[in-house]
Design a protein. Structure first.
Length: 136
């Protein structure tokens, strides 16, 4: 882990944080089902299930979400939270320039996102992500 404080980046490229979603680590289908029922009773509904990650969201406020994650993707650590940004390449460049601890390099995923993992000042792993166009 990089113990040095991040350096200020100066004029950062314009980027927009679109949502921040907590990631709750779970240990299998039984745990996913229990969370589906529990958070369903609070008004959330399942909006995505990739087998290893399930997202539940508020029908009234779709950006109010919770991810339940068995792993951060094939053979990856479960990040503590996910932050969707408008420009993940600019976010990655800003984190590298600031000396942040990059846990997983920037890359495209088969399910339509481009993302990287970075460690925040408290040591939490953040999945920084942007959706990519279908077929691109």
């Amino acid at each position: 882990m990089n113990e040095a404080p991040m350096e200020p980046v100066g004029e950062a490229p314009m980027n927009e944080a679109r949502r921040a979603v907590p990631n709750v680590a779970v240990d299998g289908e039984e745990s996913l089902a229990a969370n589906r029922a529990f958070y369903g009773a609070l008004g959330f509904e399942e909006v995505m299930d990739l087998g290893w990650v399930m997202t539940m969201a508020s029908p009234a406020q779709p950006t109010a979400q919770i991810n339940f994650v068995e792993q951060g993707g094939p053979a990856l650590v479960v990040p503590d939270m996910s932050v969707e940004v408008s420009d993940v390449d600019a976010a990655y460049a800003a984190m590298v320039a600031a000396g942040a601890d990059i846990v997983r390099e920037l890359q495209d995923e088969t399910w339509g996102v481009r993302r990287f993992f970075v460690r925040d000042p408290q040591g939490k792993v953040v999945n920084v992500v942007a959706h990519t166009p279908v077929g691109g």
